[in-house]
Design a protein around this ligand. Structure first.
Ligand code: GLC
Length: 726
């Protein structure tokens, strides 16, 4: 093995093959030589190279040493403690579902042909987190997953290997942590110790070996990963309010009566989502005249009441001559092709064609088309079916998508199709409205957090999916995507009274708080059940509004720390092994611990509180952490604890368009907190139009305006809660 310096990087050379290592302060970037000019869809920062030394077969920099062995294997040490050790692993990846299917006489698909990439030795006590929206539990150790954006609406369970999103980033928490980002858009497999307990393997079907290794605490690793792939800009503040959706509210009358019901039952409502039936024949960028004859006026009226409308837009364009989107796309060669002809498959509109979002002209065209929607007064776009989903069998791998003067295969760009659609939508809305775009997407890739919020797709109204909502959102957050939510109440299947109650008790903590359900399922607006549901639902949606300033502050802090809003306990308590695989509790930021009831028919549960003191949000009683408690959970109670010595901004109002009054609840004996305020709408905050308040309390309290660029609150209240004995 030859090791030498070249252009500030390390080159390894063996048997005519070369690999490059870029050494940066917080991570290293390893790739095969051929990937030197690879243009990433995810990464937006150049590697900032730092100095290193090569001695014998080792690279030295800062507190690290990388020993290079043959076959390009690395051992990485920090202060002489082994962080990671590469190993040679040889095996084929069988499609194990095929095994059972074949045994039972079914026709099976061929195994994928993985190009062999990387093996790393796992230690006994390593835990693995991240990898986006995958099913199952918070700790991914012992499982195998495949990144290939997949629309499968059958109830998603632990054995699913793929879901809608491909985020090839994970953190291994061990004696020394490391994070890995495999920047390869082809189908990629991750074996987290499934085949051999002590082997971590990742391999892709094509493309280059191109990956990053991050070091430090879990928080450090997320910070570095989101530095590279970008962070979610400040959201529209109203988007943190309550959203109501169903497939579909399909007429003006239905929408208006929905609003009446929210008023009647006095439940706050911010936004209504219109699913595919608002369109004419499911043709994107059209509105059905029959069902919404004065769409613009309806929206105007709703907007006056503070209610916003979001509409769904799918990528599949109806193939029908005379339909302007189809005609324009055909004329300009904007749709994917196969064998020199425009490629067709089927989605909601029937026979459909697929925009080449890989091409910047097509993205611009699509972005400009969104003006049709925003000119109606629509406040956000919901991107769906963008895996891309197809009803006539999978889109063939050799379908071609233009990218400048080049063409890319579906095999290469499948996993970034949703990402590029989100980019097109984001840039279009931003240009057309000058406001912060609100976009929701089902499919995405690393870096999509720069453009869009995500929801977890077609869950079901089953208890297992309420339970899964917690690890799924926590792992999305660890994977750099903070703005997440699940369909509250469940999308498929029929929701029950108890399940809806327990789901809203979890859902109000999701940054994206939306109740959504499928066509023909039992309706799941709260009044479809009984008065008890309405009362509890109202209580929790009101609590959501109280927490909006706190959640908004977390987004502000995300701008610099990249951290998620919903966090697994392990992210806050890295040294407390009892937190390493908690699936039924989570943190909202660093100060609120939520331990919801997610079991059917259960009216008490065990709550583990990490070391330190906690104040029960429901009773103001003090709890001592480092142990578990049995906590009563009648239907209207969600256990929630505030970390002792923290401050939570609380809104005692449901008007979030213009917040004039704010309260700070100070819990414990002393604390300090930074609160952010801006207009919640546009990008003026980038021109310094915001305020920063520093709140401090001990015996007394003190509020300091740290930075003043925006109109201040009319009233600021302080409440000090020292906590009562249990
Ligand atoms: C997909 C979406 C779902 C939507 C439906 C109809 O299944 O995931 O949310 O309601 O399509 O558009």
């Amino acid at each position: 093995m030859k090791i030498f310096k070249y252009n500030g990087m390390v080159i390894l050379e063996e048997n005519g093959k070369k690999e490059i290592i870029s050494i940066c302060k917080d991570y290293i970037h390893i790739r095969e030589y051929e990937a030197l000019d690879y243009k990433s869809y995810a990464v937006i920062k150049k590697d900032k190279l730092i100095d290193f030394e090569i001695k014998n077969n080792s690279i030295f920099y800062l507190n690290k040493r990388i020993d290079i062995k043959s076959n390009f294997l690395l051992d990485i040490y920090e202060n002489d403690i082994l962080v990671l050790s590469d190993i040679i692993v040889k095996k084929d990846f069988d499609n194990d579902d095929n095994g059972l299917l074949a045994l039972e006489g079914h026709k099976v698909l061929d195994n994928d042909n993985y190009k062999y990439f990387k093996g790393i030795k796992l230690n006994e006590n390593d835990y693995i987190y991240g990898l986006g929206d995958k099913t199952g539990f918070i700790n991914k150790r012992g499982y195998e997953y495949i990144n290939w954006n997949t629309d499968d609406p059958s109830p998603q369970v632990d054995s699913f290997k793929s879901l809608y999103k491909s985020i090839p980033f994970f953190i291994v928490k061990g004696i020394k942590n490391y994070g890995i980002f495999v920047d390869n858009t082809y189908k990629t497999i991750f074996d987290f110790g499934k085949n051999k307990n002590d082997e971590l393997v990742f391999a892709s079907t094509d493309g280059y070996l191109n990956y990053y290794i991050f070091f430090g605490s879990m928080k450090d690793i997320i910070k570095s990963y989101t530095y590279l792939t970008g962070r979610t800009p400040m959201p529209l503040r109203w988007s943190l309010g309550y959203h109501q959706s169903r497939w579909s509210y399909s007429s003006k009358e239905e929408v208006l009566s929905l609003v009446d019901n929210f008023n009647k039952y006095n439940i706050p409502l911010e936004c209504i989502h219109l699913d595919i039936d608002y369109m004419d024949e499911y043709k994107v960028f059209t509105v059905s005249n029959e069902r919404f004859n004065d769409f613009k006026n309806m929206i105007l009226e709703l907007n006056k009441k503070g209610i916003k409308i979001v509409t769904i837009i799918d990528p599949g364009v109806k193939a029908k001559e005379g339909y302007f989107v189809y005609d324009e796309g055909i004329k300009n060669g904007y749709f994917a092709i196969k064998d020199n002809e425009v490629y067709h498959n089927a989605v909601w509109p029937g026979d459909s064609v697929f925009p080449q979002f890989t091409d910047s002209n097509v993205r611009k065209w699509w972005g400009d088309l969104t003006k049709i929607i925003t000119d109606y007064g629509v406040s956000g776009i919901w991107n769906d079916m963008n895996e891309p989903a197809s009803f006539n069998g999978p889109i063939e791998l050799d379908v071609l998508f233009k990218d400048g003067n080049d063409y890319k295969t579906h095999k290469e760009i499948h996993n970034v199709y949703g990402h590029l659609m989100a980019e097109a939508t984001y840039l279009g809305i931003k240009k057309n409205t000058n406001k912060r775009p609100f976009i929701i997407t089902r499919a995405c890739y690393s870096g999509s957090q720069r453009y869009t919020t995500v929801w977890t797709g077609d869950n079901h109204s089953i208890w297992a999916h309420l339970e899964m909502a917690i690890p799924q959102q926590c792992n999305l957050g660890i994977s750099g995507i903070p703005f997440v939510g699940t369909d509250i109440g469940g999308f498929g299947s029929d929701c029950t009274k108890e399940l809806l109650i327990r789901w809203i008790e979890v859902g109000i903590f999701s940054p994206l708080c939306r109740n959504h359900s499928a066509y023909k399922t039992k309706r799941q607006e709260p009044w479809e059940f009984d008065d008890e549901v309405i009362d509890i639902y109202r209580k929790f949606v009101n609590l959501r509004y109280k927490l909006i300033p706190y959640i908004y502050d977390l987004f502000y802090k995300h701008q610099t720390n990249g951290l998620p809003i919903i966090r697994p306990l392990v992210l806050e308590y890295e040294n407390d092994y009892k937190c390493f695989s908690i699936n039924d509790e989570f943190m909202l930021g660093d100060s609120i611990l939520v331990a919801p009831q997610v079991k059917n028919g259960a009216f008490e549960r065990i709550v583990y509180l990490p070391k330190g003191k906690w104040i029960d949000f429901n009773t103001n009683k003090i709890y001592y952490g480092g142990k578990s408690y049995i906590y009563e959970t009648p239907l209207d109670i969600c256990p929630m604890f505030i970390k002792f010595n923290s401050i939570i901004p609380i809104l005692n109002d449901t008007n979030i368009d213009d917040i004039r009054n704010i309260s700070f609840y100070c819990y414990g004996n002393k604390g300090k907190y930074l609160h952010y305020q801006d207009n919640g709408i546009d990008f003026n905050y980038l021109n310094k139009e915001y305020n920063l308040y520093e709140i401090e309390f001990n015996e007394d309290y003190n509020i300091k305006l740290k930075y003043n660029g925006f109109k201040e609150y009319d009233n600021i209240n302080i409440n000090i809660i020292r906590g009562n004995k249990r």
